[in-house]
Each structure stands twice: as structure tokens, then as C-alpha cells.
Design a protein around this ligand. Structure first.
Ligand code: ARG
Ligand code: ZN
Length: 878
């Protein structure tokens, strides 16, 4: 096996032999052949080292000068597939390296690439080595000066990090722009963008009195869609000053929106590059969810300027140092800007739907991984979202004020450095005089802890179980903050932890809490606000769940109770379908048979409660949402996906019937106003979306239709239109087809909007879905080279079209694997995302498992398989 397929280990970290103090890099841009000249001042860091090993991939080497002298191959240097080794037995040297690259042929969208008339870079994690030879590691910090020369006057903007020093027209007609970034930075934060854009300008004066020029660059003709991004940026700048005392540190902040991008966005110093779907918005084309995501991602990248850029990571194993922390910061920001409860529910759904699955699969890893083959595979829900949950627990345990003290100390100690997660926790400990040694296991231990709760006569017993994961056989007890209370029989809520703060810390394998007599027949309310990223096991009766729903003070706890009720009912239907599968005489279609009177009554009681309580619109909407298939799937072993899908559908139909009057009334009560993105209106529209979907389902069960077409025509915004489309997709396929044609006519020209159209098609439950996918791939707006299109179409199918993807003949699996064989050669990072649902193979019943296994084995033997897929497949098939 080639050495490149050997994983790196966190324990093997060694400081760099050399440093690169300054980089003076010039580009003569051309799509086929861009010339790069890179002049570096290097310094020896470890005495005795006499070979400077520079990383380099897919570069055409031209020449090397060492201190002004032309170097000779095999005497002064050797070239190999992954870089350049330079014999250098001196403490200081000036190197000048020339190489060329071909941006137009770079379909991986990593390094410098050229697509639809613009140049763009993406360097995190290890893309800079595809631009020039370099010490491409985050603990090598350098000062950059960048020169861009271009002979195409139509490219109005030639951008890089920092401040613009020069912008001149050369005698030969070419344009030359020079940038300098005064802050030392790792290579992954380098950026270059050259293209023709429209530009939105604004300004912000920082708390330190700095006047900052703010610029948002978008495709021409889209300036009117850039305003929300700009106002989000200003809100984020203000919030970080107010909340953490952190102000911006350059005179210019640029955001560029591009259509071809592997991920959401990138925090390059002073020059953020964004996927256009996280910048562009107007009511007609963007949903409330888009508005929310734009605000939070703009904030996320902005917050990186301190957590990531000013203090960066020592090595890539420390990724959560910047990502977990920055996600936590953007979450807090969103909670302040919108609805805190709505935000928390969204965050918890991500954990339960995606992170728990990742942690239960072959790619299970701690938030600080120990072993990595392809770093791009570790930009995961574990590193990001579980990482943010770990930071949130620190925030809970240390209190907001204590957390702030820790942050202040962290910046005081480490500004300008490349550090580790341990350094971060140390600052939190020192600033608070706390001992976090057991807490730190959250950084090193993978897997989702399970906390079992038992109500024994006069006490509550809590037990934690940490099952082995493929990457780690032995586990230790974690330090778990559990928000906990008890409801007495009358519904009064009581704290029960010793300190009566409402949070009990479970730090051993088992613990007990004694209960006063009046609570000995009470009902626990547990893990309120998802105070730790764990699963809870408590055997509530259906009546007890309803007791929590009715009487818990916290809206979060009410929502969580509704989710438990639905999960429980779906489990009952699933189990009864299992009996039916073994008994051919039974009637599988009559879902009422799945439930006894008491079970049906529990749903009626839930709706009755919603009708008489006065809960905010968004809480009602959330309570009327059944957990997704993916969220439920994690609770099953030997899962039969089509049986779970039917059970899910059965409960959905029953809920639609039970909630029919409730939904009808709430739909009638809606007072529709012209679209505005503000919280009360967002809540109202969220409730509309949930109710219309259930209502259309209820009517279709009665053989009645609903006038979705005229409602669609009247909607003045994308949020309502999409709600109507989704309702039609699930219940009224004729209306769906008609609306989709209408949608395409109206939005066919808008790439960002058309992603919604592709995704709706891909998730439609229909028997001919695979031939549909073929047709859609031939659509003029589709391109296999565009990650947004691939994710919208094939990604949505694999992640969310349960029926089609898990077709019993294996055709869905085969379709996705055929596609991955093609995509891997074009863009391995995107291929490695799309494969995710197939990695759950080992959790399925044997027939499904072997269908997936044979497809993955076929993929594994493919020639020139990327490192990205190799790493995931070898773990899955192990
Ligand atoms: N640092 C970026 C962000 O979270 C994401 C970079 C993702 N890089 C990757 N290779 N997947 O804001
Ligand atoms: Zn980030």
C-alpha cells in the first residue's frame, strides 16, 4: 500500500523543523496555466535539521533559487509526489520557488480553481499545497504579501487577504494588484478571488474606534439579494464586542459569494468566501430558514476571526478548538437574535439526527480525533456540533461569567499562537480555579453516553453506560451535567439535586438522589435543554409523558415529551408490523389496528392539551412535528428501514386525522401580512407549514383535495411556497407536479433557488424515482461539477428519500454507488459526504446490510479511489 494511505496520529505531533516568516507570492493568472512565484524567508527551528520538507501536490515545478542561486535537482533538492525536499543546513535562507498550476482543471475545488469565469481558492485544511510548495500546517504562521497579475480587464476584482497596497495598470495592459496582511497566519487562511462581481458597501466603527470598510461581492445582477448578509455581518460585529469584548482588527472585511463551493463558507483572514446559498436572499426566493442560516453562518465566519484566526490550531487534530467553540458562539448569537427555544430545538435535532448516527457508526471519533487519514473527512457533526455541546457544558458548569473569564484568559495567553484544546481548557480552569480533569474526557472519548434513570421507592438512580466504539474499546465514566426536576402528582415542579440549582452532575458510573415522600410517585423531567449530549433511558408510561407535556414549566421539556410520545407510538407500530410480516393474513394497511384505544387516546390528549394551552406558535409547531426517520433509526438495532418508514407514515396519518380540527382552526386564524423576516412572523409561518401539511394529509385520507394551487399563487414569499410544495409532495402528487412546473418556470434562471426544486424532486415518494433522477441530471441547471447541485439532487435522495434509497431490491443503493464512482474522480470531498447514509450498513437487518455491503465492496475495488472514500470504506467494511 502506498505510504500516503497511512493515517497520521495525534500523538506523533512534532514542532516544525523550520518556520516560514514571510511569504511574498505572485500569481500571473490564466485558467490553464497560472504562474506562481513564491519568495519565502525561512528560519531553522530545530538545530541539526538539514532538510526542509515542503508539501506540494499536483504542482508543476519550474525552478528553485536558494539565496539568489539557482538550485540543482538531486544535489540541492529532490522532488517527489507529495512535495519538495530541500537540503538546507543553515539557520536562515531566502527561497524563491516557481511553479505552475491549472485552475480550470481543478474540479476538486480545493486549492486554486477557475469556474464560471472566476478564480477562487479554498485552502483549509490542506489546500495551500496545491498552490505552491509550503509547510502546509497550521502551526507555521507567516506574514503574507500577495501580487495578482491578470490580463483580463473584465475581472473587475482581484482580491486577497488584508489591505490593498497597489492597484495599477501595467504598460502591457495587464492589471496588477498587491495585498498585504499585517497579521501572521497559517496557510489555510490564505485566499485569492478574481472575478466580475457586483459589490455592496457599508461600514462599521468598532468599539476601539476603527472604521472598517465592509464589502459583499455577489454575481452581477444580484446586489438586491446581498442586504441581509450585510446586516447580519454588522449584527455579528456588534454582538462579539458586547458579549466577548472582541473587536475586528483590519480596515477591511470582504465577503465573496460563489456558486461552486465544497462547503458552507470559509473564514480566510479579511476575505471570507461563501457558498452563494449562504449569502443571497430576498423574500421571493429565500425561506425563513435560509434567512436564519445566512445570519448564523455570516456570524460563524466572522467569529472565527478571533476563535480560529487570532488564536489558531496547533495541528488539525485540534480542529474542534476553533470549530466547536465557534459553533457555540454562533449558536449563542442566533439565540439572541431569534428564538432561543427554536434554536435549541434545531441544534438538538442535528445532534440526534446526525451526530448520534455518526458516533454509532464506523467513523465514530472523539471531538478531538486521534487518527486521521484524510483531514477533510473530519469536518464532521462530531467535531462541530458535539464540539459545541462540550463548550456549552463548560458554559453551564462555569456560569456565563466564569466562561467569559476563561475566554479572556485564553486570548490574553494565546493571541497570535497556534494552540491545543488542552490550552483552552487550561485557561478555563485557571480563570475559574476549577478542576476539569474528568471533564476533559469529553475531548478524548467517542460514542454517545446513555444515562439510565430509575425511580426506586425513595430515590432516583442514575447510571451511565459508555459502550465501546469501533475506534475505542475501553471507556470511562464522563462528567455529565443533567438538568433534572420532578413533577408531583398535581403537576407542581420541584428541584431534586443536592444544590437545588436544577442541574445534577453525574460523574460516576452510578449515583442516587433521595426523594422526599411527596415525590416518590412523581414524574421526572430529565435532560431539559439537552444539558449534555447523551441519550436518556427512562421507562415513562404514555400517561407520564403526557404529565410532563402538561405540567413541565419548560417549553423545551414539553417539546421533548411530545417527541418521546411519538417515538414510543412508532416503536409500537414497528413491532406490530413485525408480527404482521410473519403473519400473511393480517391487513397491513389499516393503521388503526396498530394501536389500542389507550394509545390512540394519548394522541388525542396531546392535541387537546395544545388546544387549551396558550403556547407560542413556534412551540405548537414543534410539538406537532414527528421525529424524522433518521432520528428514530438510531434507536433500532437490526433495523428494517422500510418497516420503520411504514410505521412513521402510519403515525403521521393518525396524527393528521387527530389534529384535523386543530390544524384547520389554526390555519383559519392565520393573519397573513406582507413578508417580513421577523420572529413573530417566522413563528406564524412555521406553524402554517406544519398545519398545512397535516391538513392536506388528513383531507387526502378522506379522498378530498385542497386548493393548494391557488394558495401557492397567492403566497408572496418562498417560505409559504415551499410549505405548500412539501404538503403537496406528501399528499397530492398531481398538485405537486403542477406546482413544480410552475416553480421551474418562475425560478429556472436562479441557481440557488433551483436547488430547492432539485431537492423536492429527489425526495418525492414515487416508484419511478430513479428514472426521474436520470432525467434531472440531464437538466440544464444541473452539473455534476457543482457541489450544491449534487447535494440537492443525489444527496437529498440518499439522505432523505427513505422509500427510494432503501428500496428492497437494492436499486437505490446501487444508484448512489454508481454515481459515487463517477463523482469521486471529480470531487472526492463531496463524494465522501454523499456516502454517509451507506456507512450505517451495520445497523441494518441482514438483507439490507448485505445489499449495501455488496455495493460498497464494489466501490472499494474502484481504481484510483480517493483517500477520502478509502478511509470511510475501509472502516465500514472492516
Ligand atoms: N472552516 C470552515 C468553517 O467551518 C470550514 C472549512 C471546511 N473545510 C473542509 N475541508 N471541509 O467555517
Ligand atoms: Zn467554522
Amino acid at each position: 500500500m502506498s505510504s500516503i494511505l497511512v493515517a497520521k496520529r495525534r500523538d506523533d505531533y512534532r514542532p516544525s523543523d523550520f518556520f516560514i516568516d514571510t511569504v511574498d507570492i505572485s500569481f500571473i493568472l490564466s485558467p490553464e496555466n497560472t504562474e506562481v512565484c513564491n519568495i519565502m524567508e525561512v528560519t531553522r527551528n530545530i538545530s541539526g535539521c538539514d532538510i526542509l520538507k515542503l508539501d506540494g501536490e499536483q504542482l508543476n515545478f519550474v525552478s528553485l533559487m536558494i539565496n539568489g542561486r539557482l538550485a540543482k535537482e538531486n544535489i540541492d533538492y529532490t522532488l517527489h509526489e507529495n512535495g519538495l525536499d530541500i537540503n538546507l543546513d543553515v539557520d536562515h535562507a531566502t527561497l524563491e520557488i516557481k511553479n505552475t498550476i491549472s485552475p480550470i482543471n481543478n474540479t476538486s475545488l480545493e486549492g486554486l480553481y477557475y469556474v464560471s469565469g472566476a478564480y477562487c481558492t479554498q485552502c483549509e485544511a490542506e489546500g495551500f499545497r496545491k498552490i505552491t510548495y509550503f509547510l502546509d500546517r497550521p502551526d507555521v504562521l507567516s506574514k503574507y504579501r500577495v501580487t495578482i497579475i491578470c490580463d483580463r480587464p473584465e475581472l473587475t476584482y482581484l482580491l486577497s487577504n488584508g489591505n490593498k497596497l497597489e492597484d495599477t495598470l501595467l504598460e502591457d495592459g495587464r492589471r496588477k494588484v498587491v495585498w498585504e496582511d499585517p497579521h501572521r497566519k497559517p496557510a489555510y487562511l490564505f485566499a485569492l478571488v478574481a472575478g466580475h462581481f457586483d459589490r455592496l458597501e457599508d461600514s462599521f466603527t468598532t468599539s476601539e474606534g476603527r472604521e472598517v470598510l465592509l464589502e459583499v461581492f455577489v454575481d452581477s445582477g444580484r446586489l438586491h439579494q446581498a442586504g441581509h448578509a450585510m446586516s447580519s455581518l454588522k449584527k455579528a460585529m456588534k454582538w462579539d464586542e458586547d458579549t466577548f469584548g472582541l473587536a475586528y482588527d483590519l480596515d477591511r472585511y470582504m465577503i465573496v459569494a460563489v456558486d461552486f463551493f465544497n462547503m458552507g463558507a470559509m473564514e480566510n483572514k479579511g476575505l471570507n468566501v461563501f457558498n452563494s446559498k449562504f449569502v443571497l436572499a430576498e423574500p421571493k426566493s429565500a425561506t425563513d430558514e435560509d434567512y436564519f442560516n445566512i445570519e448564523s453562518i455570516i456570524a460563524h465566519e466572522y467569529f472565527h476571526n478571533w476563535t480560529g484566526n487570532r488564536v489558531t490550531c496547533r495541528d488539525w487534530f485540534q480542529l474542534s478548538l476553533k470549530e466547536g467553540l465557534t459553533v457555540f458562539r454562533d449558536q449563542r448569537f442566533s439565540e439572541d437574535m431569534s428564538s432561543a427555544l427554536g434554536c435549541r430545538i434545531k441544534q438538538v435535532k442535528v445532534m440526534r439526527e446526525h451526530q448520534f448516527a455518526e458516533d454509532a457508526g464506523p467513523m465514530s471519533h472523539p471531538i478531538r480525533p486521534d487518527e486521521v487519514l484524510e483531514m477533510n473527512n473530519f469536518y464532521t457533526v462530531t467535531v462541530y456540533d458535539k464540539g459545541a455541546e462540550v463548550i456549552r457544558m463548560l458554559h453551564t458548569l462555569l456560569t456565563p461569567a466564569g466562561f467569559r473569564r476563561g475566554m479572556d484568559l485564553y486570548f490574553a495567553r494565546h493571541d497570535g499562537q497556534a494552540v491545543t484544546c488542552d490550552d483552552f481548557v487550561q485557561a478555563m480552569e485557571d480563570a475559574n480555579d476549577a478542576n476539569l480533569s474528568q471533564f476533559k474526557l469529553w475531548y478524548s472519548q467517542s460514542g454517545t453516553p446513555e444515562v439510565k434513570l430509575a425511580l426506586e421507592q425513595n430515590q432516583l438512580r442514575l447510571t451511565q453506560t459508555n459502550k465501546p466504539t469501533p475506534d475505542q474499546a475501553v471507556k470511562q465514566a464522563l462528567y455529565i451535567p443533567i438538568k433534572l426536576s420532578m413533577l408531583d402528582e398535581k403537576g407542581l415542579e420541584h428541584t431534586v439535586d443536592e444544590e437545588h440549582l436544577g442541574t445534577f452532575v453525574l460523574s460516576q458510573e452510578a449515583a442516587t438522589i433521595s426523594l422526599p415522600e411527596r415525590l416518590q410517585h412523581g414524574v421526572p423531567v430529565i435532560l431539559t435543554d439537552f444539558s449534555a449530549p447523551v441519550k436518556i433511558d427512562y421507562q415513562y408510561t404514555l400517561d407520564e409523558i403526557l404529565h410532563v407535556l402538561r405540567f413541565a414549566q419548560s417549553h423545551y421539556a414539553k417539546w421533548d415529551a411530545s417527541q418521546m410520545l411519538y417515538s414510543r407510538l412508532i416503536r409500537l407500530a414497528y413491532d406490530s408490523n413485525e408480527d404482521n410480516d410473519n403473519d400473511n393474513n393480517s391487513d397491513n394497511n389499516n393503521d388503526n389496528n396498530k394501536y389500542n384505544a389507550g394509545q390512540i387516546q394519548s394522541l388525542t390528549n396531546l392535541i387537546e392539551y395544545l388546544e387549551q394551552a396558550t403556547l407560542p406558535d413556534d412551540v405548537v409547531a414543534q410539538i406537532l412535528c414527528i421525529p424524522s426517520f433518521e432520528t428514530l433509526a438510531i434507536e433500532y438495532t437490526q433495523l428494517n428501514p422500510s418497516r420503520l418508514q411504514s410505521a412513521h407514515q402510519e403515525l403521521t396519518l393518525l396524527l393528521a386525522r387527530t389534529a384535523k380540527d386543530c390544524c384547520e382552526r389554526r390555519l383559519k386564524e392565520q393573519r397573513v401580512l406582507p413578508y417580513r423576516y421577523e420572529q413573530s412572523e417566522v413563528n406564524r409561518r412555521t406553524l402554517f407549514a406544519v398545519c398545512i401539511r397535516l391538513h392536506v394529509l388528513a383531507l387526502s385520507q378522506e379522498g378530498k383535495g385542497n386548493d393548494l394551487l391557488s394558495a401557492y399563487a397567492q403566497a408572496d414569499n418562498m417560505t409559504d411556497k415551499l410549505a405548500l410544495l412539501k404538503a403537496a409532495q406528501q399528499a397530492d402528487i398531481n398538485a405537486f407536479d403542477a406546482l413544480m412546473i410552475d416553480f421551474e418556470e418562475e425560478f429556472g434562471h436562479d441557481a440557488v433557488v433551483m436547488d430547492k426544486w432539485f431537492a423536492l424532486h429527489a425526495t418525492a415518494p414515487r416508484d419511478d424515482i430513479l428514472s426521474r433522477l436520470d432525467l434531472l441530471q440531464a437538466h440544464s441547471q444541473y452539473s455534476v461539477k457543482n457541489p450544491n447541485k449534487v447535494r440537492a439532487l443525489i444527496g437529498s435522495f440518499a439522505f432523505y428519500n427513505t422509500q427510494g434509497f432503501h428500496a428492497a431490491d437494492g436499486s437505490g443503493y446501487k444508484y448512489v454507488v454508481d454515481f459515487l464512482m463517477k463523482l469521486d474522480a471529480i470531487n472526492p470531498q463531496v463524494a465522501s459526504r454523499i456516502i454517509t447514509p451507506l456507512l450505517q450498513m451495520n445497523r441494518y437487518e441482514s438483507t439490507y446490510k448485505s445489499l449495501i455491503e455488496s455495493q460498497l465492496s464494489r466501490l472499494f475495488t474502484q481504481k484510483n479511489l480517493s483517500k477520502d472514500l478509502f478511509e470511510k470504506l475501509s472502516k465500514t467494511l472492516a
